[in-house]
Design a protein around this ligand. Sequence first.
Ligand SMILES: Nc1ncnc2c1ncn2[C@@H]1O[C@H](COP(=O)(O)OP(=O)(O)O)[C@@H](O)[C@H]1O
Ligand SMILES: [Mg+2]
Length: 367
Amino acid sequence: MSRSHNPGSHDDKEPHDGAAGTDVPFLRDEGMTQDSRRLINNGITPGAAYGDLSDWATKAPAGEKLVSTALADRVEADLAPVENKPGVPKPDPILIADGVTRRFGGITAVDVGHFEIERHAITALIGPNGAGKTTFFNLMTGFDRPDSGSWEFDGVPLKSVSPERVAKLGMVRTFQLTKVMARLSVMDNMLLGAPVQPGEGMVTALFPARWRRYEKANRAKAEALLKRFLLWKKRDDLAGSLSGGQRKLLEMARALMRDPQLVMLDEPMAGVNPALKQSLLDAILSLREQGTTVLFVEHDMAMVRHIADWVTVMAEGKIVAEGQPKTVMDDPAVVDAYLGSHANIDLGDDSVLEEAPQAPVAAWEGK
Ligand SMILES: Nc1ncnc2c1ncn2[C@@H]1O[C@H](COP(=O)(O)OP(=O)(O)O)[C@@H](O)[C@H]1O
Ligand SMILES: [Mg+2]
């Protein structure tokens, strides 16, 4: 299965800022791909923490073997022999949940017998509204407490652990309803997403050089992420002035400030302008190449089929199906019973992505 897809046409969507936008003559080397030049011209240095190698990997010219699909290939090979049945063990799980239940009054929102998430994979969690997907995210990340059950992240039992501690351990989530700080600037939102700064401690405060270095590194990371998510121009704007889709992008970018091992995205595409969806998709794919495991909730089945290594279907709190995207999403029982109105969508056509209307940036920037 080819991991490549056509590069999005978003590279010209973000106007370049000053020097960052000038073409560098010595980079006009025959050996360089257009995409690597574009990255550099956008001010993203290959080899920097974000927006680099992996970007090359997902943007190889059509038909060419990608530069780096090492983890994608490994995940594909590891998951290939795994049986397609709910609760199946995986070769290298990063998160293992056992008997996790959560009741609200009379309804059981989550009732997950056994569920494993494969390390380095992109796992999609799908299912109708009210299936319990968000509640499951809340439980795993310490934002809610279960009635029963246990789970471990990378071998560490997490029950009764605070969201802050969960994030420190390397599991970070975004919210279906975004939680950006509306009255802070986009850049300040990013910096707040960084791990606690040494300068905030009493002792390290005595060594300004140390925390200045730290702050500089955080700003550099924030800059690379904001560029990747096409928010760099908005860095000084209040987060409250962003459109709903841009807030989603900001929330995802902020989550990545912590270099999470596992990122859980609750409907990251919902409300995102089609022009931005491709870059969000690229960003998710590039996360995998950097070694980040991704679990995401998504209703757009074309997206799911396009980027997921594994699909898990939840309904009425339970994991009712899981497996290879093709197997699960072509299963008429799954389509009829769990995907409801989405069943009419052509689940297999990647061209849906390429044909998505590419609205001019100005149209959404003004919102
Ligand atoms: N805080 C809450 N109080 C009461 N019921 C809730 C609460 N959170 C979720 N639920 C219920 O739990 C079920 C699962 O909801 P949710 O996890 O949001 O589903 P999904 O994200 O799959 O749409 C729904 O029936 C919902 O109404
Ligand atoms: Mg939800």
